[in-house]
Design a protein around this ligand. Structure first.
Ligand code: FAD
Length: 566
């Protein structure tokens, strides 16, 4: 008689959390607090407690202070950032809960900035319109200690590759140890994906490949707002970045682009580059075609912006990390006088569709943080981190964790024991380990580089036309097919193979959605449809996979029931 144990190590848990970042830990801790008798397991392909983007970032949290005007915030966001594709109810809910969420983080031991009386310090970073809170960069190791104390089990160095299904319900996942190659079958009554999104860019130093997104898509979960993931940023030609650069570039005629294309932002003296409007980005892109654009920092010195005094920004780990980073990176290199500028592109994708409790369209599966930043639709037609709202990715991850943990724990209490099909697991295992059977073919890093090369040119990734996108899509599909020839020498190489495959799947989702949206909205810019079309396109595009085929549909945004309408 065949047993699952013959295939690999079998673990049973009530709640499985895949990914141990700012989304995963709060989910695991909350699940355990909700149902202390339940088993909660957190798994990461890196080292739990040190992994994820939060320890390598800015530590800035979007945090609407009690004195801020919630209605004004939501109205501004819907009109100027989400362009009416927001789930306005979720946007309200998120905004309302930011302050309490930051307080919860502090109660768990994270060093969120507070005053002598313990009250959260909030302020307007970079003179931004909305307030922020800040935490030091040891937040993940502190959350890890808290999770361990509350009884959450931790498993490092295991890459989750596929989700397990029983009918339409997700009942866990399979993966392998990226060091010793051991195969894992994790049975779970509830599964929370917190594995981050696709995040590829020359300027960011912590790439992600969207494995959780790809696994959910291949299991049949719906994706939403995938066409809006890409982030565009001006930089010094060749990749160098300077604070405030966007506010200091001019065209060949000496006109300052910020003045020309976003005078309303300059008028308010906001120097937050997250605020760059689509009109500005499109303007810069078109001017670049006319001739070189250049930087002149005498305009708005890099000293403008930064933390306001009321934040009392005292975060030693963040300061030392960024000081070291500046020394190492080309960010710090002094630019030649008036260097040429260009637009850089970051390919992002976080489209898993979720409801207000972060549940996906599949039973037993939740998706939080960067897996569903766009798919939850709170932000509308918005690019990925920082999503034109500084501090929103960390806060959205945290909020998603706080909501999904209790929901997943409650669902686990009502679910029966998962029944796992041996033949299906055997098939998944054989497929997963196939690259180790070959010693020649395609190396995963070559596949990743080829995909980067296809989407990074601004005219492919940002400025879209039907013809170009069809070509891009067919090239991505070509790489996806070639992935059957991937080979790996060891478990680490095998992990890279899964990353390459996942990246191809994610990019296919993005360009399928982008082809369908025949209008321009936010950073989804179509040269062949340059106008926003509210008459036909107040709709979400839903992409899913059925019987191995991509299926697209649209769903009207329920704008009649929302407060803010175009
Ligand atoms: C340089 C930089 C600065 C930033 N600064 C800020 C800021 O100041 N404020 C802000 O709000 N946002 C900021 N961000 C963005 C923010 O850090 C991220 O959006 C956020 O941390 C994402 O959290 P997450 O938990 O969803 O995902 P992640 O932190 O990416 O965690 C995902 C985890 O899943 C694991 N994982 C991935 N795939 C698998 C798999 N297949 N199996 C098992 N484990 C897997 C990863 O190892 C990782 O630990 C910054 C990002 C960068 C890169």
């Amino acid at each position: 008689m065949t047993k699952l144990e013959d295939l690999g190590e079998v673990i049973s848990t009530d709640v499985l959390v895949a990914g141990s970042g700012i989304a995963g830990f709060p989910a695991a801790i909350k699940a355990k607090e909700t149902s202390p008798e339940k088993d909660v397991l957190i798994v990461d392909k890196a080292t739990v407690g040190w992994a994820g983007l939060a320890p390598k970032g800015g530590g800035v949290f979007w945090c609407i202070a009690p004195e801020d005007d919630l209605d004004k915030f939501v109205e501004y966001h819907v009109k100027n950032i989400g362009y009416y594709l927001n789930d306005q109810e979720l946007l309200y809910l998120n905004a309302k809960e930011t302050y309490g969420a930051a307080q919860q983080l502090a109660e768990w031991g994270v060093k969120v900035q507070r005053d002598a009386q313990g009250k959260l310090l909030t302020g307007h970073l970079l003179s931004s319109r909305w307030s922020h809170a800040g935490a030091d960069l040891d937040m993940i190791s502190l959350l890890s200690a808290r999770a361990r104390k509350s009884g959450v089990k931790l498993l490092s160095k295991v890459q989750i590759v596929e989700l397990l299904k029983e009918g339409n319900r997700i009942v866990g996942a399979v993966g392998f140890n990226v060091i010793d190659g051991r195969f894992y079958i994790i049975k779970a009554k509830s599964t929370i994906l917190a594995t981050g999104g696709l995040n590829r860019t020359a300027a960011m130093f912590t790439p992600h490949y969207g494995e959780g997104v790809a696994a959910a898509y291949q299991a049949g979960a719906e994706m939403r707002n995938a066409e809006f993931g890409f982030l565009i940023h001006p930089r010094v030609k060749g990749g160098g970045n300077i604070p405030n650069l966007a506010f200091n570039i001019h065209n060949a005629a000496g006109e300052y682009m910020a003045e020309k294309y976003m005078p309303e932002v300059l008028k308010e003296e906001i120097y937050d580059t997250a605020i760059l409007t689509p009109a500005f980005v499109v303007g810069v892109f078109n001017e670049m075609r006319e001739g070189p654009i250049r930087v002149d920092m005498s305009r708005t010195g890099p000293e403008r912006g930064g933390p306001p005094p009321e934040l009392n920004w005292n975060r030693p780990k963040q300061t030392s990390y960024f000081t070291r980073l500046r020394k190492l990176s080309k960010y710090s290199r002094p630019a030649p006088p008036n260097p040429e500028a260009e637009i850089g592109l970051a390919a992002g994708c976080s489209p898993i569709r979720v409801d207000h409790e972060m549940k996906t369209s599949l039973e037993g599966l939740w998706a939080i943080g960067d897996t569903s930043y766009n798919g939850s639709a709170w932000g509308g037609a918005v690019c990925m981190a920082p999503g034109r709202m500084r501090g929103s990715p960390l806060m959205i991850g945290l909020l998603g964790g706080l909501r999904s943990g209790p929901a997943a724990a409650r669902a686990a209490s009502q679910a029966g024991s998962p029944q796992i099909n041996y033949d299906e697991v055997k098939r998944l295992k054989d497929e997963m380990f196939a690259p180790l059977q070959s010693s020649q073919g395609l190396l995963p890093q070559d596949a990743i580089q080829e995909l980067d090369g296809i989407v990074s040119p601004v005219e492919n990734g940002f400025s879209r036309t039907k013809d170009r996108m069809e070509k891009v899509l067919s090239r991505i599909q070509g790489v996806r097919q070639k992935c059957s020839q991937l080979y790996a020498k060891d478990s680490h190489g095998l992990m890279k193979c899964n990353e390459a495959k996942s990246m191809a799947v994610c990019l296919e989702i993005v360009f399928n959605a982008a082809l369908a949206r025949t209008e321009s909205r936010a950073y989804h810019y179509r040269e062949d449809y340059p106008e926003r079309d509210d008459k036909n396109w107040l709709k979400w595009i839903i992409v899913k996979q059925e019987a191995g085929k991509t299926v697209l549909s649209t769903e009207p945004v329920p704008i009649d029931k929302y407060k803010f309408k175009p």
